[in-house]
Ligand binder design. Structure first.
Ligand code: TEU
Ligand code: CA
Length: 555
């Protein structure tokens, strides 16, 4: 593929509400982000993805936008946003905004008008449908956050459609006026000098069989709404041509439901986006119905298959977003290595596992410190609407309250939304006031101040990995090399090669609690990085210690 400026970059995701509170109201804000730019620069970050900061009633922490051209008062002002852009650029960093255009808030002026009656000028800017004869919802589709996709509106005597919460009505993409209004807004932001967007839930924009009953996937007769329906390509191509293409913007599409065969269409040379946020490797524990209280078992072979499948496709066609965590996922240490001590060693193992794949690595705030899931004791301690919905649904399905709580707690999105742990001060130094969500008490041990001062920390390890990709003798191969899976049937070791013009770098990651002997396909010559003091190797034979990760240049 043609080379792009973002290929050797590392992206850092900021969840503004939980990052740094600058004024003591308990809510993270833009001035807080500005205060921490030096920290991000030190880590080697080139691109910051800001989760939504637009005006919003915050039903879903900003993924419900009431004004696309304004900043939420609790986060700051447009002047703060402009200051952030300038300050970031001064440090060689770019900003990616989060683009939420499958839906708006029900408090957006467009929806307020649309709901008035069936004749107003925006009457078909959202998806409205008459009730069935008995007055019930048009069909049995279930929203991602639980409950029907349809919500009744008294004024219109009709139901409106929402893929997510009922405060997030879906925009009607079939209407060209809606698309035009969105494109204008997108270009307005690009004019301000942002580098591009992380594009939220974009595979949900096309609705097809959304009016008739579908085959149920849950005992209550409902079926969860499905993304990536036929015909979506026309919308995505137009979106790209009318906006992103004109600015050479970087676009990272959150794209559930895109099978490997369709990746060329989405991220090939002429594809709709620069890269995709894929789900196979992070949702191994979730089945088709998406219920957190029906988690399924998985093992390292499943994980390896998911990663390798995507990488082998990416080798041929384009680029990938590499990640283990974000604001919707539990912390990676708890999810991927639940049996082990959540120490520095395992965090470094996970870092090596994904950071040296082909693509652009993303770090979610706190991941570079080894932050872990939180253990709240009651459902009342949670803020995430999805956690509460899933809990209620579990109880409705007959699961005992205690068990339902334990199950959803494991998957809760609040696990990754607890305040960033900056220091051992109160609330981890996140806020001088009362945080909107309680900090994880382990901030006493796990915090940035400690990590920055300790050369052996997870933070410094991420910094080294970032430097390897940005400026090192291995830069070319780590950025542009192809991926090749090694020992693909090994149940406890994930290993792969990166190859460029006859040069080979081998990445070897053991997820085993015991030591593991391996025979390599090449001779290791230089040890590039690892999470242990040294690796025991003799010719092509190596013995990996428990949870050891090591990277070699080979011949
Ligand atoms: O997430 C959307 C999303 O589609 C998945 O995380 C979802 O759980 C999966 O597709 C199930 O198939 C995005 C944001 O990341 C999230 O925080 C928002 O709540 C959501 O969109 C609504 O805007
Ligand atoms: Ca604040």
């Amino acid at each position: 593929m043609t080379q792009k400026w973002w290929q050797d970059a590392v992206v850092y995701q900021v969840y503004p509400k939980s990052f740094q509170d600058s004024n003591g109201d308990g809510i993270g804000d833009l001035q807080g982000v500005i205060q921490k730019l030096d920290y991000l620069q030190d880590l080697g970050i080139r691109i910051i993805w800001l989760s939504p900061v637009y005006a919003s009633p915050m039903d879903d922490n900003g993924y419900d936008i009431s004004d696309y051209r304004a900043i939420a008062a609790e986060f700051g002002t447009m002047a703060d946003m402009e200051e952030l852009l300038t300050e970031a650029k001064m440090r060689g960093m770019e900003i990616l905004m989060d683009l939420v255009i499958n839906h708006s808030s029900d408090e957006h002026a467009w929806f307020q008008e649309s709901r008035q009656n069936r004749t107003n000028s925006k009457h078909d800017w959202y998806i409205w449908c008459d009730p069935r004869e008995d007055g019930t919802e048009p069909n049995n589709l279930r929203s991602i956050f639980g409950g029907s996709c349809w919500e009744f509106d008294e004024a219109r005597g009709q139901y409106y459609f929402h893929s997510f919460s009922k405060k997030q009505p879906d925009l009607n993409w079939e209407n060209p006026e809606v698309r035009k209004a969105l494109y204008d807004m997108i270009n307005w932001w690009l004019e301000k000098g942002i580098a591009g967007f992380r594009v939220d839930a974009i595979t949900f924009i096309k609705k097809n069989d959304h009016y008739a009953d579908v085959v149920p996937d849950a005992p209550d007769g409902t079926a969860v709404v499905k993304p990536n329906n036929p015909g979506i390509g026309e919308f995505l191509m137009e979106l790209k041509q009318e906006t992103f293409d004109r600015y050479d913007a970087l676009t990272v599409a959150e794209a559930p439901g895109v099978p490997l065969e369709q990746m060329p269409e989405f991220v090939g040379e002429e594809g709709y986006f620069s890269m995709l946020i894929e789900f196979d490797h992070v949702d191994l524990d979730i089945d088709e119905s998406g219920r957190w209280y029906r988690l399924q078992d998985w093992n390292l072979l499943d994980f390896k298959r998911a990663i390798a499948g995507s990488q082998e496709m990416i080798n041929r066609i384009g680029w990938s977003a590499l990640y283990l965590e974000n604001h919707d996922q539990p912390r990676s240490l708890n999810k991927f290595i639940p049996e082990a001590d959540h120490g520095v060693r395992t965090a470094k193992l996970l870092a090596v596992t994904y950071f040296l794949l082909r693509g652009t690595p993303f770090i979610y705030q706190g991941q570079e410190l080894g932050m872990t899931n939180v253990s709240y004791t009651s459902i009342e301690d949670y803020n995430d609407l999805s956690t509460i919905d899933q809990y209620q649904a579990a109880v409705r399905e007959g699961i005992a309250e205690e068990e339902a709580f334990a199950l959803v707690a494991r998957r809760s999105r609040d696990n990754s939304r607890t305040p960033m742990q900056w220091s051992e001060e109160q609330h981890g130094g996140f806020s001088s006031g009362h945080p909107w969500l309680a900090a994880n008490p382990n901030y006493a041990i796990i915090n940035a101040e400690q990590a920055v001062s300790d050369e052996a920390s997870i933070f410094h390890f991420y910094k080294q990995l970032t430097a390897l990709r940005r400026a090192s003798p291995y830069k070319e191969i780590l950025v542009h090399g192809t991926f090749e899976h090694v020992n693909e049937h090994h149940p406890y070791v994930f290993s792969y090669k990166r190859i460029l013009r006859g040069k080979v770098v081998m990445v070897i990651c053991s997820f085993s609690a015991k030591s593991e002997k391996l025979k390599l396909p090449h001779n290791p010559v230089v040890r590039i990085i690892g999470n242990d003091e040294k690796t025991e190797a003799e010719g092509r034979k190596i013995t990996l210690k428990p949870y050891e990760a090591v990277v070699f240049e080979c011949e």
